[in-house]
Design a protein around this ligand. Structure first.
Ligand SMILES: *Cc1c(COP(=O)(O)O)cnc(C)c1O
Length: 367
């Protein structure tokens, strides 16, 4: 039982304000000290939502949960890493940060940097960032540089700039990012009382899968859980360097958040695959969109396309899930980030241009 659950049982009626953000909540597990200024938007503590419709499709008593990290302050798990990276940059006296981003890193970097009183520079691939994410970076006050090239090219530029100029790199090359992100694994174990059998997760730069693995291992070493999950990483078929075993020069997928051809954390992720008896597998854009729609209309959970890769992968590999297993699918980002894809890909009826007439409306409704 978590402290919050215990307090609730006692009838103390904790409010959301009792959650101090993940650095304070997991301070002893993180590389922070009294000298670290904690820059937080009270990220973390995201829900682990049962997914009965997806579980039903798998059958054999398999239990499925969604770790809905789209409910973080800027709408993706990137906030977990960014509260750490920005706090440590502030501690080191940095006045500006920079990142390359397919969108979510830039939104998180902008929000946390500005909250910490720092400048934020973000490089994005021109034309390949979902609208909500671009809106966020601009609204949070970042200086946005759209470069004609993909994420991998933008990252190469950012690395060089941060080596030559006084600006801190906050991509997942920054080791504090993964430290913050590992807290999601703590929350999963805190909620379930044990690690799941499978963890299904979308993979782009492969930082998050590495971070989860670190978190599960930290907890097991301390006796908080007894087992470790198999780590199942899913990539989009047009952008699957971990599956193919080589760099993809022109990555292509509707799931722009994982449109990455040269994963920064490739070596770490290969260790995760080997140690966890896990696997990297590809799902097509069609399978991603099918899972995306099922999550929305079946479970009532709106995630972005990249996030749905975890569920698409689980459904694709359903035969391999042991009977009675517990599976957690990580939903990395909020669906509102990318309204364009939702409006283009859904099976809902959308009756437009109706006259303001009760009888007509009732008739269209089928009454
Ligand atoms: C960043 C991101 C990913 C990929 O995470 P990696 O750590 O790069 O593997 C997946 N989904 C969403 C929504 C993201 O923002």
């Amino acid at each position: 039982m978590s402290l919050l659950q215990a307090l609730r049982r006692l009838g103390q009626g904790p409010t959301m304000q009792d959650w101090p953000g993940l650095i304070e909540a997991y301070r002893s597990w993180l590389p922070v000290s009294d000298a670290t200024p904690v820059i937080t938007l009270h990220e973390g503590a995201t829900p682990l939502i049962p997914a009965p419709v997806i579980a039903e499709r798998i059958g054999r008593g398999v239990k499925v949960y969604l770790k809905y990290d789209g409910l973080n302050p800027t709408g993706s798990f990137k906030d977990r890493g960014m509260t750490m990276a920005i706090s440590k940059a502030k501690e080191a006296g940095s006045e500006a940060v920079i990142c390359a981003s397919t969108g979510n890193t830039s939104a998180a970097a902008a929000a946390y940097a500005r909250r910490g009183g720092m400048r934020a520079f973000v490089l994005i691939p021109d034309g390949y960032v979902a609208q909500g994410k671009l809106a966020q970076a601009l609204l949070y006050g970042a200086e946005v540089l759209a470069v004609q090239g993909n994420f991998d090219r933008a990252l190469a530029i950012v690395r060089e700039v941060s080596e030559r100029h006084p600006v801190t790199l906050v991509n997942s090359l920054n080791p504090y990012r993964l430290q913050g992100q590992k807290t999601a694994a703590f929350e999963v174990v805190d909620a379930l009382g044990e690690a799941p059998d499978w963890l299904c997760i979308p993979v782009g730069n492969a930082g998050n899968i590495s971070a989860y693995w670190m978190g599960f291992n930290n907890y097991r070493a301390a006796g908080r859980c007894r087992r470790l999950p198999r780590m199942m990483g899913f990539q989009a078929a047009g952008s699957a360097p971990m599956v193919l075993g080589h760099v993809v020069e022109q990555p292509d997928t509707i799931a722009t958040a994982i449109r990455i051809g040269n994963p920064v954390n490739r070596d770490k992720a290969l260790v995760v695959e080997a140690e966890s008896n896990g696997a990297f597998m590809a799902v097509t854009d069609a399978e991603i969109i099918e899972a995306y729609k099922l999550l929305g209309s079946g479970e009532g959970v709106f995630c972005e396309p990249a996030s749905a890769a975890s569920v698409a992968g689980l459904l694709k590999r359903r035969e391999e899930v042991p009977a009675g297993a517990t599976v957690v699918c990580v939903l990395t980002g909020n669906g509102l980030k990318d309204p364009t894809t939702a409006i283009e890909h859904n099976d809902s009826k959308f009756h437009t241009g109706l006259p303001p007439d009760t009888d007509v409306v009732a008739q269209v409704m089928g009454f």
